[in-house]
Ligand binder design. Structure first.
Ligand SMILES: [Zn+2]
Length: 308
């Protein structure tokens, strides 16, 4: 295990230890469900001396449970706000595919946005049902998308330097994608966090190195967009996801804060800014601009003046 993996595991272990039942299910489902304040329409099932709030989708089979009381708002949606806040991922993903095709930004850009939409669909499924199938649909595309972003970044850099591109990176990234998927199924959520955190660090390091320290650094506009992407990505993980997970069960009032739901919003903006920065790099010679667009709900997106 690498040093960074050990660090992530150490931080992960700072969480209140999760009790698991014989099938490996996180008993946090039961602890949160036991709080009468949140049991809006309780149909409660007793399991291993705990009470689980059970809604339309039945007993939770996912191996983790995020910081929102289950079935507190609707009988049909397990984590209402976490599911609702995943919808922008689907919308931005679909709009991104349309935008990439309209501006001919490249297949890799459209593919990245398509996987953003897929992550959104998986995230809605997971948070709405807390079923293991939804969890897999949410987490596996999250592993793949980071590798796809790295691929798009390398392709953009090659295009900009008029190099053929894709020689070593494609099989390498494919191998990492297959390897991390196998690790995910063999070792579960903790190793998923390690793989995901490692991939994000690699992505941010690569993006910043290409933008600022390469042989031909990007222009100011592209550098600002890369910094914006890094800030949204890392800010979301460090200020929302991590505190939400570390403190949720230690400080019960945190269950009322929509930390994970807000993390979904930063996870929507981060990839969009990263893909915009990547497209700016690729089409640098055509002097592209970024302007706020209604297609992305007011977020800035790339525009290229074809008349020039
Ligand atoms: Zn989520």
């Amino acid at each position: 295990m690498h040093v960074w993996q050990r660090l992530v595991v150490l931080v992960w272990q700072l969480r209140t230890p999760h009790r698991r039942d014989g099938d490996g299910r996180d008993l946090a489902h039961l602890e949160l469900g036991a709080c009468p304040t949140f049991a809006a329409r309780p149909r409660r099932v007793q399991l291993n001396n705990y009470w689980m709030v059970v809604g339309y989708w039945g007993e939770a089979t996912a191996t983790t449970d995020f910081c929102e009381p289950n079935y507190a708002v609707s009988h049909y949606v397990a984590e209402f706000f976490n599911a609702l806040s995943s919808i922008p991922l689907v919308v931005v993903g679909i709009c991104g595919v349309v935008h990439s095709r309209r501006l001919k930004l490249g297949v890799e850009q459209a593919a990245c946005y398509a996987v953003v939409a897929l992550v959104g669909v998986g995230s809605v499924s997971f948070h709405a049902t807390l079923l293991r199938t939804g969890q897999v649909l949410d987490e596996l595309p999250m592993l793949w998308i980071i590798l796809l972003f790295i691929f798009a970044l390398l392709r953009a850099d090659d295009y900009r330097k008029r190099l053929p591109g894709g020689s070593v990176a494609t099989p390498l990234l494919l191998t990492v994608a297959i390897g991390s998927s196998m690790v995910y199924f063999c070792f579960g959520f903790e190793m998923f966090i390690c793989s995901y955190a490692g991939s994000i660090v690699a992505l941010v390091a690569l993006a910043l190195r290409k933008a600022f320290f390469g042989q031909a650094p990007c222009d100011g506009q592209t550098q600002r967009m890369f910094l914006l992407a890094a800030a949204w990505y890392l800010g979301g993980v460090l200020l929302l996801w991590l505190p939400g997970e570390l403190l949720c069960r230690r400080l019960p009032w945190m269950q009322r804060l929509p930390m994970h739901a807000l993390f979904h919003l930063t996870s929507t903006a981060g990839p969009h800014f990263l893909l915009t920065a990547t497209a700016l790099t690729k089409f640098e010679a055509q002097k592209p601009k970024v302007i706020p667009t209604t297609l992305f709900g007011g977020l800035s997106a790339i525009t290229i003046d074809k008349s020039g």
